[in-house]
Ligand binder design. Structure first.
Ligand SMILES: Cc1ncc(COP(=O)(O)O)c(C=O)c1O
Length: 422
């Protein structure tokens, strides 16, 4: 039995949703470059992908007959969160009167090693507010990775809403920015140019497959930013996944960082919200911008209370998702002869990309996603369930492991894949 098999077997005894997982053996020879090329292709065709799921998938309530691997945004609040929502003390947070929001913000600031924090409705708004604060001056420009979420999936909000010009920097396969490219794109003080007002990183990096930015790279980027007098923002929607993968506190990943946006509603399972953090002055301005964008909430304590559980409790279980994601990646890699492949070596957190070779298996990524989205009536066991995923291109599928996915789900998914492709 492999190491992950043993872990999985152990998990299957203790996991909430488990039922006796078996080990799956993987073979060697990873195709790093092919996978990286596929992911890069997916990023360039992001206007089309990820393919939207049929409305039935998007709207139906959770069901015993489906396993939702589309995103960790599908996590539902835990029982403790629901109880906390019921009993949360509240007040009008626009007046700063909500004790639950206050507690969440103080806890977040401490965990992140920042002076102050602010509860905001979403990760998209957290990034937008942060960059509007850094880009306070008209004619601002932000340097950000050419495959980052802010550029690809936030509707160009910094341009559309805030009039900030985005300038893309080359992203390496592991989610780091090419720092030479970054340096070359910082604007000189010249009337022809916008003013470089912020540099952005994404940790973990979604489109790069949940890759983790390590403290040495963050320190290097911070050094560049500081030497140029430009603030450094981190889109840390999944920064707790990075911290879990590296076994370090989140604050260690924010040394030398001026602002961060962290999602409570992804793998941490809170129903709503993100927290941004930075200096006292940054948060003072952020409160103004949040109100402008309609993000000033009133009795928000009912949302902050589960957010606090997300930070204090749920952040400590993310390594379980990472083990299962690695297992899933290994399982896909072991189906190479059937037309699937993945690279377990670069599966560092809860995001798994795998490739589909139509010439071998007869399906494009989208076609395979559609098949897996339907129950298999001929099978009564777990593997007959619907499995929901996202196709990122004709050849690339993404699966994300989260709180509501257990070892038995991954096992059943691999069985279903093998049966479908055989
Ligand atoms: C890296 C990253 N940043 C920001 C966001 C935006 O978060 P939200 O959906 O809460 O607006 C996401 C959402 O998936 C994300 O993956």
């Amino acid at each position: 039995m492999t190491w992950h098999g043993k872990l999985l077997a152990q998990f299957s005894r203790t996991w909430r949703y488990s039922s006796g997982a078996k080990a799956i053996h993987c073979r060697g020879h990873h195709t790093v470059s092919r996978l990286a090329a596929d992911i890069a292709r997916a990023a360039t065709s992001a206007h089309q992908y990820p393919r939207r799921q049929a409305m039935s998938s998007m709207t139906s309530p959770s069901s015993a007959r489906r396993v939702d691997l589309r995103s960790d945004t599908v996590t539902e609040p835990t029982e403790d969160m629901r109880q906390a929502m019921l009993s949360a003390p509240v007040g009008d947070d626009v007046y700063g009167d909500d004790p639950s929001v206050d507690k969440l913000q103080k806890t977040a600031a401490k965990m992140f090693g920042m002076e102050k924090a602010l509860f905001v409705p979403s990760g998209t708004m957290g990034n937008l507010i942060s960059l509007m604060v850094h880009g306070w001056q008209r004619g601002s420009e932000v340097l950000l990775g050419d495959r980052c979420h802010i550029l690809e999936y936030e509707q160009g909000g910094i341009a559309q809403v805030a009039g900030i010009h985005p300038r893309a920097v080359k992203t390496l396969a592991d989610g780091r920015l090419d720092l030479d490219d970054l340096r070359s794109k910082v604007r000189a003080d010249d009337v022809h140019y916008p003013v470089t007002s912020a540099i952005c990183l994404e940790n973990t990096h979604n489109l790069c497959g949940g890759r983790v930015l390590k403290p040495d790279f963050i320190a290097e980027t911070s050094k560049v930013a500081k030497s140029l007098g430009i603030p450094l923002h981190v889109d840390g929607a999944r920064i707790f996944n990075a911290a879990a993968a590296l076994h370090v506190p989140v604050s260690e990943l924010l040394v030398g960082v001026d602002s961060v946006s962290v999602c409570l509603s992804k793998g941490l399972a809170a129903p709503v919200g993100s927290v941004i953090a930075g200096s006292e002055e940054f948060i003072r301005k952020a409160i103004r911008v949040r109100k402008l964008l309609g993000g000033g909430l009133r009795q928000a304590g009912v949302l902050a209370a589960p957010g606090l559980i997300a930070l204090e409790v749920m952040s400590k279980r993310l390594h379980k998702d990472h083990i299962l994601a690695k297992h899933l990646s290994e399982g896909c890699h072991s189906m190479k002869e059937l037309g699937l492949d993945s690279n377990p070596e670069v599966t560092e957190t809860n995001i798994v990309f795998f490739t589909v070779d139509k010439a071998v298996c007869g399906y494009s990524a989208g076609e395979l996603v559609d098949i897996l989205d339907k129950e298999d009536p001929s099978v009564a066991d777990e593997s007959g369930k619907r499995f929901l995923l996202l196709a990122f291109s004709d050849t690339l599928i993404r699966a994300i492991v989260h709180y509501q996915i257990g070892p038995a789900d991954i096992e059943a998914f691999l069985v279903r894949l093998r049966r479908t492709l055989s």
